[in-house]
Design a protein around this ligand. Structure first.
Ligand code: NAP
Length: 281
C-alpha cells in the first residue's frame, strides 16, 4: 500500500474535473484522473506536464453510467495503490429543454449521468473510503438548490444529488467518511459546448415556449460572460480534499453563494448536519 493519499476524480477530460485533477496532484495527492474516453487525455496530460505533476496523475477509463467500468477502475486502483482516500464525483452533463419538448428518455438520460452515475461511483468507492477514513466530494450546482427555467431534467438530477448526499452525510460520518457537495455557478468549461445544442432547431420545435426559450438562452449567454474559470471553481474542491473537516456544502464563488442564498438559510449545511447527526448516535 502506498503511503500517499489517493484521490479518484470522474470526468477529467475537460473543465472543472481537469482543473481538479491538476490541483489535487499539486496538493500532493496521487490522482486517478478518470474519463470515459481516455483518447481525450491530451489536455490533462499537457497541463500535468506544465505543472510538473505528471508523475502523480494517472489516467484511467471510467464511464459513470457503466458500473463495470467503475468496478474495474477501482479494482485497478486498489491493486496498484492499495488505498482510496477520496472520490470526487465531478462528471456531469447539461440538459437544456422543457418537459413538453423532451422525451421521458431524455430526462432519464440526464438522471443517469448526473445522478445515478454519482450513486454508482459512491456506492462502489465507499468500502475503500471507509477503510481510509476518507471523503466523498460531489460537484453539484447552484441548480441543485434553485430550479432554473429550461433546466428541469438537469436541476432534478442535481436536486437528487443534494438530497442523496445530505441524507448520506450523517450516516457516512458514523463510519468515518466525510461527505461534501460543491455548488458552482457558471464556469467557463466545455459544459455548454459539450451539449451540442442545435439552438435554431430547438427554437423551431419550441412552439409556444419559443419566446421564453429565446429569452432564457439570451440570459444564459450573458450570465456565462462573467463565468469563473475551471481552476477557480476547482480551488474549493481542493480545499475540501485537504481540510481536516470539510463543510457539507460549498459554493465556489460569492456569486454562487448569493444565488443559492435566495433559497438556502443553511448556507454551509451545518445546521442540518448538526440536527441529523443526532438521529444516528
Ligand atoms: P465539462 O467541461 O463539460 O466537463 C464534464 C466532464 O464530465 C467531461 O470530462 C465529460 O467527459 C464528463 N462526462 C460526461 N459524461 C460522462 C460519463 N458518462 N462518464 C464519465 N464522464 C463523463 O463541464 P464542467 O463544467 O467541467 O462540469 C463538471 C461538473 O460541474 C458537472 O457535474 C457539472 O454539472 C458541474 N457544473 C458545471 C457548471 C458550469 O457552468 N460549467 C455549473 C455548475 C455545475 P467527455 O469529454 O467524455 O464528455
Amino acid at each position: 500500500m502506498t503511503s500517499e493519499k489517493t484521490a479518484l476524480i470522474t470526468g477529467t477530460s475537460s473543465g472543472i474535473g481537469l482543473a481538479t485533477a491538476i490541483g489535487a496532484a499539486r496538493a500532493g495527492w496521487i490522482t486517478i484522473a478518470t474519463m470515459r474516453d481516455t483518447g481525450k487525455a491530451e489536455a490533462l496530460l499537457k497541463a500535468a506536464a506544465e505543472h510538473k505533476v505528471a508523475d502523480r496523475v494517472q489516467v484511467k477509463r471510467l464511464d459513470v453510467v457503466d458500473s463495470e467500468s467503475i468496478a474495474a477502475c477501482l479494482d485497478e486502483v486498489m491493486a496498484e495503490h492499495g488505498r482510496l482516500d477520496a472520490l470526487v464525483n465531478n462528471a456531469g452533463a447539461a440538459k437544456t429543454g422543457t418537459v413538453e419538448l423532451m422525451s421521458v428518455d431524455d430526462v432519464r438520460a440526464a438522471m443517469e449521468v448526473n445522478f445515478f452515475g454519482v450513486v454508482a461511483a459512491t456506492r462502489a468507492a465507499l468500502p475503500h473510503l471507509r477503510a481510509a477514513q476518507g471523503r466523498v466530494i460531489t460537484v453539484s450546482s447552484v441548480g441543485g438548490v434553485l430550479g432554473q427555467p429550461f433546466n428541469e431534467a438537469y436541476c432534478a438530477a442535481k436536486f437528487a444529488v443534494e438530497g442523496f448526499m445530505e441524507s448520506l452525510a450523517p450516516v457516512a460520518a458514523t463510519v468515518g467518511v466525510d461527505v461534501t457537495v460543491v455548488e458552482p455557478g457558471p464556469v467557463a468549461s466545455e459544459f455548454v459546448a459539450n451539449q451540442n445544442l442545435d439552438i435554431p432547431a430547438l427554437l423551431d420545435v419550441a412552439g409556444p415556449y419559443a419566446p421564453a426559450l429565446e429569452a432564457y438562452l439570451g440570459l444564459r449567454r450573458s450570465v456565462f460572460e462573467g463565468a469563473q474559470t475551471p481552476t477557480e471553481a476547482a480551488a474549493p474542491i481542493i480545499d475540501a480534499l485537504t481540510a481536516a473537516r470539510p463543510p457539507f456544502r460549498i459554493q465556489t464563488s460569492e456569486r454562487a453563494r448569493d444565488f443559492v442564498a435566495t433559497t438556502l438559510a443553511d448556507l454551509d449545511g451545518s445546521a442540518v448536519q448538526t440536527l441529523t447527526r443526532t438521529w444516528v448516535r
